[in-house]
Design a protein around this ligand. Structure first.
Ligand SMILES: Cc1cc2nc3c(=O)[nH]c(=O)nc-3n(C[C@H](O)[C@H](O)[C@H](O)COP(=O)(O)OP(=O)(O)OC[C@H]3O[C@@H](n4cnc5c(N)ncnc54)[C@H](O)[C@@H]3O)c2cc1C
Length: 390
């Protein structure tokens, strides 16, 4: 069956970027249609981000039914660990802000529930395959579903919030036109049933590489350790995984438990060359990727759409294009700061293959500089908790 709908903003992707944008637009009185190729169940159960900046949390808290304050937990600092000793970075004392642990899929559950409850258009199982009329005033998203149906969404503006393999990016600038870096290591991530091994997150550097000890709930923990990006997640036994984690957090005993999920993540940095062309824009992972070390990806997606919502309000409600014309540069200002912060945390904490004794001693010198100086700790605290939104 073929169908056509008309709306003010067509949004491809019901991840954090697409759903937060649709919420901000609805608040401003702007209609949107959101489509996603995945089912609601799949979106609501995919484990990804966990650490949210203060600005992201304040925004989510304003969404009807949000559980960010009831289910999420506030973290006022992290432990930076190297040379066998821990050093606390006191976020509230140094930057006056905190971060929150609130799993991305829980935030998506809230956002989807709020959109469904307010009767707004959100369609699961629809995959955008092309953008037509990209150069004109009425771009169209062409989508198909598994049953062979076709849908055309005509809009005043099309937003690609469709993640790192974005179809909308292809319509703007070609898939890979941008600035790219691939790191020579990956993250081996696990979810396990165990009590927390620490009250706050531990970012640990060791001669064997990096580890992140994070928390999920009183009974489920998330942990990562540096690995070969081509490693096979199923090739290691549970005992080998715990050994790899423990040797990367020397001097701190981890509480072990049954591992029920494991995956290997490649670390990449990417920024698309063009974020907007006429009445098309890309946001979130469609526009950029960061390695997860700085916990910036979802937060950056939210920051992009906060700026874009304001620009679309001016464009669509007041026919004023000055904010949309300035939007890409305004978004890129934060994107490159976040790229730098994520790269800095990654290179400061991981041990690159082939690192020399000089590299190792220089890295420890850098870690000592950050931990022992208030300026160094403040720099980390400001970047990690996030710069003010908008
Ligand atoms: C292990 C891990 C840990 C992370 N930790 C953090 C963290 O602590 N803090 C943080 O801020 N970030 C973190 N991130 C990054 C964060 O998860 C992403 O940056 C975030 O999901 C980006 O949101 P998005 O909406 O831009 O894209 P996505 O979440 O990728 O959503 C895109 C959506 O578009 C849909 N889609 C794609 N193509 C199409 C199409 N053609 N048609 C229709 N729909 C389509 C997809 O199904 C998907 O639902 C982490 C990521 C990983 C993998």
């Amino acid at each position: 069956m073929n169908a056509a709908v008309r709306t003010q903003v067509a949004i491809v992707g019901a991840g954090p970027a697409g759903l937060v944008l649709s919420h901000l637009l609805a608040e401003a009185g702007i209609a949107s249609v959101v489509i996603d190729s995945r089912s609601r169940e799949e979106i609501e159960s995919t484990i990804r981000a966990g650490i949210l900046e203060q600005g992201t949390v304040d925004l989510l808290a304003g969404i009807p039914g949000s559980r960010v304050h009831s289910v999420g937990s506030r973290h006022d600092g992290i432990e930076l660990r190297f040379d066998g000793a821990g050093h606390r970075i006191d976020f509230t004392g140094l930057a006056g802000r905190s971060v929150w642990l609130f799993p991305q899929h829980e935030a998506l559950r809230d956002l989807i529930a709020a959109r469904v409850a307010s009767g707004q258009d959100l369609r699961f199982g629809w995959t955008a395959t092309a953008i037509e009329g990209a150069d004109g005033e009425r771009p169209r998203v062409i989508a198909t579903d598994d049953a062979g149906g076709a849908l055309a969404i005509e809009a005043d503006f099309v937003v690609g919030a469709d993640g790192s393999r974005s179809v909308v990016r292809r319509a703007i600038s070609g898939s890979h036109d941008g600035f790219f870096r691939e790191y020579p290591f990956g993250w081996f991530g696990i979810l396990c049933e165990a009590p927390p091994s620490a009250d706050e997150l531990i970012y640990s550097n060791s001669p064997d590489g990096f580890a992140l000890i994070s928390q999920r709930s009183p009974t489920v923990q998330r942990m990562y350790f540096q690995c070969d990006p081509d490693a096979d997640a199923d090739a290691m036994s549970d005992a080998q995984i715990w050994d790899a984690l423990q040797t990367r957090v020397p001097g701190h005993a981890l509480i072990e438990g049954p591992i029920f999920q494991r995956d290997v993540l490649r670390l990449r940095s990417f920024v698309a060359r063009t974020l907007r062309q006429g009445r098309l824009a890309i946001v979130g992972d469609a526009a950029h990727t960061v390695p997860p070390t700085g916990a910036k990806g979802m937060n950056l997606a939210v920051a992009d759409v906060v700026l874009l919502a304001r620009a679309l309000e001016e464009l669509l409600l007041r026919s004023d294009a000055h904010l949309i014309d300035a939007w890409a540069d305004a978004a890129l200002d934060r994107i490159w700061k976040a790229q730098h912060f994520s790269w800095w945390m990654t290179s400061m904490l991981h041990v690159a293959p082939g690192a020399t004794e000089f590299d190792r001693r220089r890295q420890l010198g850098e870690l000592r500089t950050v931990a022992s100086s208030e300026a160094g700790r403040t720099y980390l605290a400001e970047g990690y908790t996030g710069w003010p939104l908008g």
